[in-house]
Design a protein around this ligand. Structure first.
Ligand code: ZN
Length: 428
């Protein structure tokens, strides 16, 4: 057992769970004032109890981590990243900020196809190593579950390769937990027709399922990329294979992708910068999570999604980094949280819910992750605070506004990351 003892406070998120992540308020953060303990079972990876000096029901041997001066939240979940890739496109961002258009950058050899070429040229070892480094950094920023998409494979063989490397990383790592998504419809390989490409991606699905390479598929229906009909055909084929589906929906233009994918029972629809009122209504009436990616809007210099309209309608809203080299090259979810506050006008409670419980729901883990309650996954982040002992007001605001790093991260009830100041805080 691991006992995290004498915490200043705990945000359990019990109200997020009770309300299924809809219209989260400050009260729903479930703040419990300290001194308070969290008892974890590292063998099962679950929370046993939360409370003042809670008893150890099995009277099992305990490691104790001194949590005084710290408060706990659920570990973050980043439900949308493109973290397996090679190369950089940092120069393209400066060209775009300097006035170059996407077409000009693509004509000069930039854009998605540049990343596809770099991924194909990279060795397996280089792709795995760079992904592991990125995941280590994400963990240091508090992300205990991270979704990673394929999509830079440039065709069937390349996609299978990325998915197999992704599975290798999933199996080797304990934290963050990686969930793999097969992004079959990302960009059309040069010289290949749309129908032909969709056929090839549909034909891959049995192998993806048989090898356990992904539990979800994703598509990018957008003008100049794939039609909504193609995305729907791919998604229906994936559903028939028992996979979950999600989509990059209504980012650059309103194709009605949101309502279509909600109708398919998608686990999430992501982006939503141009979502229609019908799409918002469909989300509010469904369990599909709306995943917002404000860092992509920031880097691309485009309008933010209308988070308030979605939240006020009662949709379940999550936040993600969209981490990728071309439109969102920042891997910390805290940057997205800061933009959600300043740009999307989300409250601190809405943001905390978005990066914990609703993030978990967006990767199909809403029943088991995303809140600090007995029986749930013991994924925790511990934070220092300037706020007066035991006062809930301002704690979550503080970590968002200051982009504060967690000082200790505890995925699955095991301490695997702590900052330099807390290096000596080994369980005793
Ligand atoms: Zn994306």
């Amino acid at each position: 057992m691991l006992r995290i003892a004498n915490l200043t406070g705990v945000f359990t998120g019990d109200g997020f769970v009770r309300k299924q992540g809809r219209r989260p308020t400050a009260e729903d953060c479930g703040f419990r004032s300290g001194p308070i303990d969290i008892l974890c079972d590292p063998d099962r990876g679950t929370i046993v109890a939360v409370g003042p000096a809670v008893a150890n029901p099995a009277a099992a041997k305990e490691d104790v981590l001194d949590g005084s001066g710290l408060f706990a939240t659920a570990g973050f979940v980043d439900p949308h990243t493109h973290a397996i890739y090679a190369g950089t496109r940092a120069d393209e961002h400066f060209r775009r900020w300097g006035g170059a258009t996407y077409q000009e950058i693509a004509a000069a050899g930039g854009g998605i196809h540049r990343t596809v070429r770099a991924a194909r040229a990279a060795t397996d070892e280089a792709l795995v190593e760079s992904l592991n480094q990125r995941l280590d950094q994400m963990l240091a920023h508090g992300s205990t579950v991270v979704e990673v998409k394929s999509g830079y494979g440039g065709g069937a063989e390349g996609e299978l390769r990325l998915l197999r490397l992704l599975r290798q990383v999933c199996e080797q790592r304990t934290a963050p937990v990686v969930t793999a998504t097969f992004l079959g419809l990302h960009a059309l390989p040069p010289g290949v027709g749309e129908e032909e490409h969709v056929d090839a991606m549909v034909a891959l699905l049995p192998a993806v399922v048989a090898e356990g390479l992904a539990d979800c598929v994703d598509a990018f229906p957008e003008r100049g990329f794939f039609s909504l009909a193609s995305a729907e055909r791919f998604a229906r084929a994936a559903l028939a294979c028992g996979l979950r589906v999600k989509a990059h929906a209504d980012q650059l233009s309103d194709l009605g992708s949101t309502a279509c994918f909600v109708g398919l029972g998608a686990v999430s629809v992501d982006h939503l910068e141009r979502v229609s009122p019908e799409g918002v209504g469909a989300l509010a009436r469904s369990d599909t999570v709306a995943v917002l990616l404000p860092a992509a809007s920031f880097y691309l210099g485009m309008a933010y999604p209308d988070a308030r309209r979605l939240l006020d309608a009662g949709a379940r809203v999550a936040l993600a980094t969209d981490f990728n080299p071309g439109s969102a090259p920042a891997l910390d979810l805290q940057f997205a949280m800061l933009l959600a506050a300043a740009g999307l006008k989300m409250t601190a409670a809405e943001i905390l819910c978005a990066v914990t419980y609703n993030g978990a729901a967006a990767v199909g883990m809403g029943d088991t992750h995303g809140a600090l309650l007995p029986g749930r996954r013991a994924n925790l982040a511990l934070w220092e605070t300037e706020t007066v002992h035991g006062e809930p007001v301002g704690l979550v605001e503080e970590l968002i506004v200051e982009e504060r790093l967690p000082c200790v991260v505890v995925p699955g009830g095991r301490v695997v990351h702590r900052d330099a100041r807390h290096e000596a805080m080994a369980p005793s």
